[in-house]
Each structure stands twice: as C-alpha cells, then as structure tokens.
Design a protein around this ligand. Structure first.
Ligand SMILES: *[C@@H]1O[C@H](CO)[C@@H](O)[C@H](O)[C@H]1NC(C)=O
Ligand SMILES: *[C@@H]1O[C@H](CO)[C@@H](O)[C@H](O)[C@H]1NC(C)=O
Length: 350
C-alpha cells in the first residue's frame, strides 16, 4: 500500500513539473518577439567565435534595417551592457555595429563550465547548456534563435519555443576523429593517459562517444539552417547531423581591407613569425615553442635569428596560467630572448 502511495506521489510530482514547463513554453511561444536572439554565453573570450558573433549581428542589422527586427545577445557576463558590447566589437574586432545590441543576462552559466563536471564533461556540459538556454528562452523568446557558440543540444528546446533555429558551427562537439583516436588508444588533451592504457576503459569510452554522437546527430538535425566555417567541419557535420541540404559553408569573416593597405617592405632584417591564437589548450602553444627551439638549433649561424611572436587573448585564469607556463618553458628551452608574448591586444591599425 505504502509503495503505491510513493509511486502515486512521484507520478503527481512529475506531471506537475511537466505541466509547469509546458506552460512556460506555451507562454514563451505566444510572446515571441520580432528579434534574432544570439546565444553566446561568453561574450568576452576575444576569439574567432566572438568575431563571427559581431559580424553576424552587424549583417542582420544591415539586412533588416527597415524590418524592425532587434538583435538580442544572451550573455553570462554580468558587466556586459549594450554600450560595452558595441564598444568591444569595435575595439577588439574593428566591427562597427549600426546600433548596440539588446542584452539578456544569464545567471546559470556555471552549468556549461568545464570545471563543473570533472567526469562525463561532454554530457554534463551539453545538459547544462539546455538548462542555460531554458533560462534564456524563458526570459526572452525571439522568432529566430541563432547559436554562435556550438551549443547544439539546445536546438530542440528552441524549436519547442517556436523559434527558427540558425547556427554557425566552428567545430563539431564530437567528431568521428575523436572516436577513432580512442580506438587507436592515443593519448591527447581530451583522452587521458590512464584511459588510453586500458582496453576496457577505452571500449566504454567508445560506447559513450558513440551514444553521444547519435544524440548530437538528432539535436543538430533540429537546425533550420546550419552554417559551418570550413570544408572539414562541413564534412563532419553532414555525416553527423544528416541535413546536407540545410548545411552551408560560410567562411569566417576576415577583414582584409585594413591589412591590404599595410606596406609590404620589411622594416627590419629580423624574420618574424607571428602565431595568433587564444591561449587555450588545443592550440598547442608548447608544441609550437618546442618546434621553434628545434628549428633554431638547426639554423646556420650566419643566417639572421628569427623571432617568434605569440599574440592571443586570455579568457580566464586557466589561460593566464597557461601563458605563464609558456613563458617559463621559453626560459627552460633558452629561447626567451627570441620569443615575445602579446596578451589581449586591441584591434587597431596605425
Ligand atoms: C576557463 O574557461 C574555459 C573555457 O570556457 C574553461 O574550460 C575553464 O574551465 C575555465 N577555467 C577557469 C579557472 O575558470
Ligand atoms: C573553424 O573553426 C575551428 C575552431 O575554432 C578552427 O580551428 C578552424 O581553423 C576554423 N576553420 C577556418 C577555415 O577558419
């Protein structure tokens, strides 16, 4: 008898929750605004993804100037305001928005942070992103939901809210290479050495990745229009999402007009190599440094000594730490005189 009561209680609670969530969705659908909502929780990372965001906002402002469509940015940065974001777009990327975007602040960003999930990071972050987009869509439901950060798991929810889903994908969350890498039992930044050594753990990881790649295929196929940044990403996304007719390749917006006016003659005799990338793990800065130091050793003594300049942004403390380690590594390799570091530079031509 008691057990029947417990089951009954659980069923009632779940039904109440489902009804409550459905009401939120119905209210959201009814109150959809003529707007494009850009889901971009980290609006201060200073990378290529952020540049795409601002170029997309600007392009939509230009295309819809007389249609009264607002551009709204969902961000987890609490200090972000329409003015500060417009200023950032200009200072960091040279993108001059027609008017500042509207801003919707998100409080639940920690649910998509890697540090929240020491294990099963991928599934944790994916579910976390659904929760974060729930917050976003309840606070403001746009007609068009534009994901510029690769949170594919949020698309089915955006569709429930009646949005048209558009995305710009730089990189598939899970790629078929990752599965084959575990299969070959390589150890890389996303596959720690312990797992690479054990056959059973590797098999479990393959199963985990395979299941996630199915789910990823389903959620991705909910996009009405998927833009990808390269032929590599296109071939992976087409295999995973299986919507080739709605997948378009749009190369990232690189403004070369400013660069073209720079003089071609070299101001100094020193050959300079510039490496531009955020100080994040997958950019393999340490490897670049090691390669440079090996190359230096092989260089003929009568040739001019080249310089390596690292230019990039730091998103947070882990990036800062990585940069510091890189500087220490340069000293250790005795190339600190040949390497220069430039952090968080402004986008500005002389
Ligand atoms: C820094 O940001 C990256 C990417 O958002 C995240 O994976 C990492 O855990 C963050 N580190 C800290 C210390 O916040
Ligand atoms: C696409 O984005 C990924 C991830 O940021 C980057 O590694 C790759 O170089 C980009 N491809 C192009 C053609 O810009």
């Amino acid at each position: 008898m008691a057990i029947a009561y417990v089951i009954w209680g659980v069923i009632t609670a779940i039904s109440a929750l489902i009804i409550k969530l459905s009401l939120h969705i119905i209210t959201g659908r009814r109150n959809r605004k003529r707007a494009v909502g850009f889901f971009h929780p980290y609006t201060n990372d200073g990378g290529g993804g952020e540049r795409v965001l601002w170029c997309a906002v600007k392009a939509i402002q230009e295309e819809t100037a007389d249609l009264h469509i607002d551009c709204v940015v969902y961000t987890g940065d609490h200090d972000a305001s329409p003015q500060s974001l417009a200023a950032r777009a200009l200072d960091r990327f040279g993108v001059n928005l027609i008017h500042p975007p509207k801003v919707v602040h998100l409080d639940k960003r920690k649910w998509v942070e890697e540090t929240t999930y020491p294990h099963f990071t991928m599934i944790g972050q994916s579910l976390g992103s659904v929760y974060l987009s729930w917050e976003a869509l309840c606070k403001f439901t746009p007609l068009y939901y534009f994901d510029t950060s690769g949170y594919a798991f949020t698309y089915p929810l955006a569709r429930m809210f009646g949005c048209k889903v558009i995305c710009y994908t730089h990189y598939p969350t899970i790629s078929l290479d990752m599965i084959s890498r575990v299969r070959e039992r390589n150890s890389m930044y996303n596959n720690d050495a312990l797992i690479a050594q054990s056959i059973w753990l590797s098999r479990c990881k393959i199963l985990y990745y395979t299941i996630i790649s199915w789910i990823y295929g389903f959620v991705g196929s909910c996009a009405h229009l998927a833009m990808v940044n390269s032929s590599w990403t296109q071939s992976h996304i087409e295999k995973l999402w299986r919507i080739p007719h709605r997948t378009k390749r749009v190369y990232p917006p690189c403004d070369t007009s400013g660069l073209q006016v720079l003089p071609l003659e070299r101001p100094s005799k020193t050959p300079i190599i510039i490496s531009v990338a955020q100080f994040r793990p997958e950019k393999a800065h340490t490897l670049q440094l090691e390669a440079f130091s090996v190359a230096l050793k092989k260089l003929d003594a009568d040739l001019p000594r080249p310089k390596l300049q690292f230019v990039g942004s730091c998103r947070n403390n882990s990036d800062e730490e990585r940069l510091q380690n890189l500087k220490n590594k340069a000293i250790e390799l005795k190339v600190d005189g040949d390497v220069e570091f430039y952090k968080n530079l402004m986008y500005r031509f002389i």
